[in-house]
Write a protein that binds this ligand. Sequence first.
Ligand code: NAG
Ligand code: NAG
Ligand code: NAG
Length: 262
Amino acid sequence: MYQRLFLCARLLLFFTGEHAAHGKQRQVLAFAGGDVILPCNFRISDSTDFPTVEWSKEGLNPDVVFLYRDGCETYEIKNPIFDYRTSLIMKELKDGNISLRISNVKMSDAGKYKCLKLWKNAPREVTVVELVVGAVSEPKLSVVSVERCGVTVQCEVNFWPTEPQVTFLDHQGNDIPAQGSERDRDASGRFIIKQRVTLQEGNSSITCRVHQPEINQTRETKILISATCSSDICTAAFAAGGLASVLFSAILALLIYKEHNK
Ligand SMILES: *[C@@H]1O[C@H](CO)[C@@H](O)[C@H](O)[C@H]1NC(C)=O
Ligand SMILES: *[C@@H]1O[C@H](CO)[C@@H](O)[C@H](O)[C@H]1NC(C)=O
Ligand SMILES: *[C@@H]1O[C@H](CO)[C@@H](O)[C@H](O)[C@H]1NC(C)=O
């Protein structure tokens, strides 16, 4: 268990201000699947004992996510959702740093956490930290129209709350600048970014790459495109002229795929 404490972790601390409620309140951003540290400290002096440290999460039952008493972790009342996922950073304790590490962060971990310090003879102290869990979807790549051998593809990415970098790459891995970009918000408050590019002859595949710099995570989706211009697809596409319904695009995409596999 404790070797987990020393795991080198990708983490991100993102402080966006402090509020006066319940003493200090901070906001920390983490990404689903990553690790995060929720900050909490106390001023250490020779005369103070080490306090009992209780980390809890608002609205959870039981609400304890980590309890440190008499020099070790106490598991009895810990919520099983956080089994093997929460720890203090042992080497930091001597400096009064009782920050909580949460590993393999889940979307449902978002919320308010309370760091409670309890001394035998001193008033209790509370620090509140709000955890915001961000996410980026797999890029969705689709053919939106085929005209005169120019194939327009669209890459769609959902994200929350920080915007990832979205790029198109040709079959050789070169950047192709996007020719159109659109931003929106869906019903659940997530952001949507849609980027388009029209590919000319010579491209046999297109990749949409999404990079989240905060966690250095990259995801890609690739589709294959017909390499030739003299095939039936182009004439068929041209004859149908601009009728770029979803169905139409789907059939064309299929044709392109079949053509490629010939
Ligand atoms: C507490 O420890 C964490 C993890 O080592 C570190 O990132 C953070 O800066 C420390 N906080 C303080 C106030 O020293
Ligand atoms: C792919 O299409 C793009 C955009 O039209 C063009 O700039 C690029 O040169 C093409 N790549 C190849 C290998 O033909
Ligand atoms: C990001 O990850 C890539 C490979 O996944 C690695 O080569 C690169 O050094 C990393 N960059 C940073 C800043 O950690």
